[in-house]
Write a protein that binds this ligand. Structure first.
Ligand SMILES: C[S@@+](CC[C@H](N)C(=O)[O-])C[C@H]1O[C@@H](n2cnc3c(N)ncnc32)[C@H](O)[C@@H]1O
Length: 287
């Protein structure tokens, strides 16, 4: 069996399983084959006509089997691509999602404008998980001070390891604690992708999320907004006068978060930005 044939076979199995709701069969079959063979994408494509090495057949079969049982590909390979960086991921933290790249893009655009007046911007990523947002921002904002917080010490250890691998450890300060509580200085930009799934929705989520990702990273309480509301209400004392707050939200939470934000920041400019699927995705508050 050639590598191309092994790929086709895996894609067929993935496509036939309706319970893999979030799977992208072709891409995931490739990532798992790359992982089994220790190849990057270009190397894999150059060798598609080669025979599958006999000692790797079973390895690939096992990886495919784990995926078919529901385990997310990033937890199997231990890697996830996010924005323009690659991160190590483990079940200690949620897997970074492509829709969160909108938050990074928007924060970078805002930071670019503000950096002229405040060259040493302080940007805080609350609930950093594996460090995805904080590290993507650090890679693009060399003069900013980046602070990343999380309540989970396991997630922070993972994020710290990612910072070291990406050569960004000296630029990002990791603090453990509840929301903005560990912060010791005022912030210019606060970004956060906090848990926003409604508790009652948990059992209806795809198996790859429900059975593998940490619930405390995704469950936002009965209305999904318990943690976001606490962040908003606790934010005013730590924000500089012209600060901005960017929060990822669920597609149906726009009106509720705008009402909350207007209550806490009655004089601020408040908007909700849609993602590529035209769904509400980002709350932007500018003081
Ligand atoms: C949805 S995950 C997002 C992880 C990462 N920022 C990303 O976008 O991929 C939410 C993160 O918020 C953290 N978290 C939950 N409650 C928190 C709290 N009260 N204070 C700080 N972090 C919290 C979780 O541990 C988890 O790492």
């Amino acid at each position: 069996m050639t590598l191309a044939e092994a790929l086709r076979c895996a894609v067929k199995h993935f496509a036939a399983l309706p319970n893999l709701e979030t799977a992208n069969p072709q891409m995931e079959a490739e990532l798992l084959l790359q992982h089994a063979l220790g190849l990057d994408r270009t190397q894999l494509y150059q060798r598609l006509r080669d025979e599958m090495p006999p000692d790797k057949k079973e390895t690939y079969h096992d990886l495919i089997w784990r995926r078919l049982c529901g385990e997310p590909t990033p937890y199997i390979t231990g890697r996830a691509a996010f924005y323009d960086i690659e991160l190590a991921v483990t079940p200690a933290a949620a897997i970074p999602r492509p829709e969160t790249e909108l938050l990074v893009e928007t924060a970078l655009a805002l930071a670019d404008k503000r950096i002229q007046d405040t060259p040493s911007l302080t940007v805080v990523d609350v609930g950093t998980g594996c460090g995805a947002i904080a590290l993507a921002l650090a890679a693009h904002l060399p003069s900013a001070q980046i602070i990343a917080t999380d309540i989970s010490s396991e997630a922070l250890a993972l994020a710290q390891g990612n910072a070291e691998r990406l050569g960004l450890a000296s630029r990002v300060h990791f603090l453990r604690g509840d929301l903005l509580e560990p912060l010791e200085q005022p912030a210019d930009i606060v970004v956060a992708n906090l848990p926003y799934v409604r508790s009652a929705e948990w059992e209806r989520l795809p198996v790859e999320i429900r059975c593998y990702e940490p619930r405390e990273a995704l469950d936002g309480g009965p209305d999904g907004l318990r943690i976001i509301e606490r962040l908003l209400r606790g934010a005013p004392p730590v924000l500089r006068p012209a600060a901005a707050l960017l929060l990822e939200i669920g597609f149906d939470q726009g009106p509720a978060v705008v009402a909350l934000a207007s209550d806490v920041f009655p004089k601020a400019s408040i908007e909700v930005k849609k993602d590529l699927a035209s769904l509400d995705r980002l709350l932007i508050i500018q003081l």
